[in-house]
Design a protein around this ligand. Structure first.
Ligand SMILES: [Zn+2]
Length: 437
C-alpha cells in the first residue's frame, strides 16, 4: 500500500499536541519551545539604541544583519522596513543598511515553538529527518537565509537575536532538534493512520459506513475527519474559469476532425465508479489549466483530443488540498504546530487522491479516496481541489459533485505534441490467497 509521502509519526510517544488548537501543547521541561509565553514586542527605543550603537561602531557585529541575508520574503521585508545605519553585514559580508537582529525575536520565537530537542521526541528523533541544531533545521524546513550568508557565522544568529532576553535564558541553540508537529503523541496525522495504511481487503467496509449520518455524531470517525478537513475549506468565486478535456473528437484523423459538441463535454452520464465517486454518484473532473486537463486523460503523442472551457455559475465551497502550504507564515501563525500538523494531513490526502494507478484499477487507492469523497459530500461541500500528478508540480484539478454548476464554452481540437516517459522496474506482487481486494 502507498505510504504517506513524508513519513509517519512514532508509536512510542513522550510528548503530545492537543487536538484542540486552543490548548497549549504540554512539553517536557527544558525544551527549546517550552511553555506558551509571549515575549513582548521589542520597544522601539531599544531598537533605536541598537541602531545608534551600530553607527558608532565600524566593525561588523553579529547584532546586525541586512535584508540580503534572507531568502524568506517576510524576514526580508521586515529587515528592509527597519534598516538603520550603513555598514558591513556580519552574516553575508554585504555593505548595506543594517538592521538590529533582536527585531526578529518575536517571529523567531513563534517559529522555534515547532522544534523540540531530539532527545525529547518519540523514539529520540524523527524517522525521516536528521536531528540537527535548530539553525540548520529552520533553514532546511523554511529556507530562511540566503546562500550569501556564511554558515559558520549563522551559528551566531539565534544567540544574537535572543541575547539579553530573560525568557529564553539558558536556551542551548546547539542541541539537535526535530519538528514538534511530526513528533507529538496525538497528532491529526496520526488520527488518519488507518486511512494511510488501510488494508485493501478491509477498505470496502469503510464504504459501508454511513457518512451522511455519522457526520453530525461527535466522536465518530467521519465526524473527527470532517473536523480536520474543515480547515481546508475555501471559496471558489463565481465565474472561475476551468478546463475539461476528452480523448474523443468528431471525425477520423487530423485532416478530418471537429471538436465534440459541448453537450458531450460533461461528466459520463453512466456515472461509473471513479476516483472521487461511487457508482451512480455524478462527479465532473476539471482542471485549472487546459494543459492539466489534457494531461489527466493520459494521451499519447499525436493523440487528438477535444478541450473546452468551463465557467462556474456561482461561488463554490470546496475542500482545497492543493495549496494549504503556501499560506502559513511560521513567524506569525498562531498554533503553528497544529497548523503544520493539519497541513501534513492535507498534503498526504492530496497525494493519495492524485496517485496515478495502472489503468485506474487499484481498488485500494480507489476505495480510500471514494471514502474521503463520501465525507466531503457529507460536509455538503461542492467539490475538491487537488494537485495533478500527471501535470506535476503545478497542475491543479477541481472535481465538482454537481455538474450543473458550470457553463461550457469554446470547445476546440488539440493534438498532443510531446509527452515524457520515465519508468522503473518493480517486483510483481500478489495479494495473499483468499483475500478479497
Ligand atoms: Zn547580510
Amino acid at each position: 500500500m502507498a505510504l504517506p509521502s513524508d513519513g509517519q509519526p512514532w508509536n512510542n510517544p513522550k510528548v503530545r499536541v492537543g487536538d484542540n488548537p486552543g490548548v497549549a501543547p504540554q512539553l517536557p521541561q527544558g525544551c527549546l519551545c517550552a511553555g506558551t509565553y509571549r515575549i513582548p514586542a521589542m520597544p522601539n527605543i531599544i531598537l533605536k539604541w541598537l541602531n545608534d550603537l551600530g553607527t558608532m561602531s565600524t566593525r561588523s557585529s553579529e547584532d546586525f544583519c541586512c535584508d540580503e541575508c534572507f531568502d524568506h520574503a517576510w524576514l526580508r521585508a521586515l529587515a528592509r522596513e527597519n534598516k538603520g545605519h550603513t555598514g558591513r553585514c556580519f552574516y553575508c559580508g554585504n555593505r548595506a543598511a543594517l538592521t538590529a537582529v533582536p527585531l526578529f525575536r518575536n517571529g523567531l520565537d513563534n517559529l522555534l515553538k515547532d522544534y523540540i530537542p531530539a532527545f525529547a521526541a518519540n523514539g529520540d528523533g524523527d524517522p525521516y529527518l536528521p536531528s540537527v541544531p535548530v539553525i540548520e533545521a529552520i533553514q532546511r524546513d523554511w529556507k530562511l537565509f540566503s546562500t550569501r550568508c556564511s554558515p559558520e557565522r549563522l551559528q551566531r544568529f539565534l544567540p544574537a537575536v535572543f541575547k539579553g532576553d530573560p525568557e529564553s535564558h539558558g536556551r542551548d541553540f546547539g542541541v539537535p532538534v526535530v519538528p514538534f508537529h511530526r513528533n507529538a503523541m496525538s497528532t491529526a496525522f496520526d488520527r488518519w493512520r488507518e486511512f494511510w495504511f488501510i488494508d485493501p481487503k478491509d477498505s470496502s467496509d469503510w464504504l459501508g459506513q454511513d457518512a451522511a449520518t455519522d457526520i453530525d455524531v461527535v466522536g465518530t470517525y467521519v465526524n473527527q475527519k470532517a473536523q480536520h478537513l474543515r480547515y481546508f475549506v475555501r471559496s471558489l468565486p463565481a465565474r472561475q474559469r476551468l478546463w475539461r478535456a476528452r480523448s474523443e473528437y468528431v471525425g477520423s484523423s487530423d485532416w478530418d476532425c471537429e471538436p465534440l459538441p459541448l453537450s458531450q463535454m460533461g461528466h459520463n452520464p453512466q456515472c461509473p465508479a471513479s476516483r472521487l465517486n461511487l457508482e451512480g454518484d455524478a462527479v465532473l473532473y476539471s482542471a485549472e489549466s487546459e494543459k492539466t486537463a489534457v494531461a489527466e486523460i493520459r494521451p499519447g503523442k499525436g493523440f487528438i483530443c477535444t478541450t473546452c472551457e468551463l465557467t462556474t455559475t456561482r461561488a463554490l465551497e470546496i475542500l482545497d488540498l492543493a495549496s494549504p502550504l503556501t499560506e502559513i507564515n511560521p513567524f506569525t501563525t498562531e498554533h503553528l504546530s497544529w497548523q503544520l500538523d493539519l497541513q501534513r494531513v492535507a498534503r498526504n490526502i492530496s497525494a493519495h487522491i492524485a496517485k496515478p494507478t495502472s489503468r485506474g484499477e487499484d481498488p485500494g487507492v480507489y476505495n480510500k479516496v471514494q471514502y474521503l469523497a463520501m465525507i466531503v459530500r457529507a460536509m455538503k461541500l461542492d467539490g475538491v481541489r487537488f494537485s495533478s500528478s500527471l501535470d506535476a508540480p503545478n497542475g491543479v484539478n477541481v472535481a465538482l459533485f454537481d455538474p450543473t454548476v458550470v457553463e461550457y464554452s469554446n470547445a476546440r481540437i488539440v493534438v498532443v505534441t510531446s509527452t515524457e516517459i520515465a519508468y522503473e522496474s518493480i517486483q510483481p506482487q500478489r495479494l495473499a490467497p483468499g483475500s478479497k481486494p
